[in-house]
Write a protein that binds this ligand. Structure first.
Ligand code: RIB
Length: 304
């Protein structure tokens, strides 16, 4: 089972020809509201790829909560452990330009109130892959990480958005997923300095934490370090419509493949194929692929 402890948002998408400069106003015909939040996107990606998924997060007692929760339920994600906060459901304002690049501001709202103590110990055992991100308070993530590790669960942390994390906590993470900027933040915390290239960053981080380090590089693929070995996995060649949630698709699919018993190399290739396919429609969850769709493209991706 994949247990996602993390954020849920309603995403307000704004298509724009180019990002506005500071002080500039631009017009767009309309906004589109879609399900989002890094936690919810990862849960959706894992479920769509065939995983059995439970999502624990916090939403407000408002209508907006229905946007992310209804989408997860439609994919068969167990939302019975969802927590309710006095704060409004999280919201994200997402500008997408004509190249598919985005710029995001998240109003955390209820996500700041999620509590790790409410997670039943029965969920934290060797049959669980725990997946977390950084849109919920680190103190709660850290508490759950320790409990999960003590219970024998596998642990995956997506360090998004970027933040420095204590080395003692990073050592409890079996699979660390980061983009290059996030890897820089982790390297700064671990080594006090920047590191040149992605494979080197992955190798140094994995060497220090003891787990597997996966650095996602967008169109340049993924750098992976595991047990003293570093390898590269290329991206699926696509013309992106919207890259929002591509990292979430990667993370959720990777977790589902690990939960299904795949080795890291094959799981990364599946996740890279799925992340590419996830960029083909506007919205973080609208283009998430099924396992069959991933498998139809995975052979195009060969480890280097
Ligand atoms: O990673 C993409 C996600 O980041 C969006 O769905 C938005 O809600 C923000 O959390």
């Amino acid at each position: 089972m994949i247990l996602v402890f993390g954020s849920l948002n309603a995403d307000f998408f704004l298509s724009i020809p180019a990002f506005p400069a500071a002080g500039e106003t631009v017009l767009t015909p309309s906004a589109v509201v879609k399900a989002g939040g890094k936690g919810a996107n990862q849960a959706a990606a894992a479920a769509k790829a065939g995983g059995v998924v439970k999502m624990i997060g916090a939403v407000g007692a408002d209508e907006v909560a229905k946007v992310p929760v209804t989408a997860l339920k439609a994919l068969g994600v167990d939302c019975s452990g969802m927590q309710t906060s006095d704060k409004a459901t999280g919201m994200a304002m997402i500008m997408v330009d004509k190249t598919g690049e985005n710029s995001i501001v998240v109003a955390s709202g209820a996500n700041a109130d999620v509590k790790a103590d409410a997670v039943s110990p029965a969920l934290l055992n060797e049959d669980t892959v725990l997946v977390m991100q950084m849109e919920t308070p680190w103190g709660e993530n850290a508490k759950l990480l320790r409990r999960a590790k003590a219970g024998g669960a596998k642990t995956l942390l997506n360090v998004a958005p970027a933040r420095q994390i204590p080395e003692s906590d990073l050592r409890l993470v079996d699979y660390l997923v980061l983009n290059e900027g996030e890897a820089d933040a982790v390297c700064a915390g671990l080594f006090g300095e920047s590191v040149e290239n992605a494979p080197e960053k992955a190798a140094l981080i994995a060497g220090k934490t003891g787990g597997v380090c996966l650095i996602t590089l967008g169109a340049k693929g993924v750098a992976v370090a595991q047990n003293g070995r570093t390898f590269a996995v290329p991206a699926l060649p696509v013309e992106p419509v919207d890259t929002t949630g591509a990292g979430d698709a990667f993370t959720g699919i990777f977790a589902a493949m690990i939960d299904a018993g795949m080795d890291v190399g094959r799981a990364v290739r599946h996740a890279a194929a799925g992340a590419g396919l996830a960029c083909l429609k506007m919205g973080a969850q609208d283009a998430l692929p099924t396992l069959k769709e991933i498998e139809a493209r995975v052979e195009e991706i060969q480890t280097v």
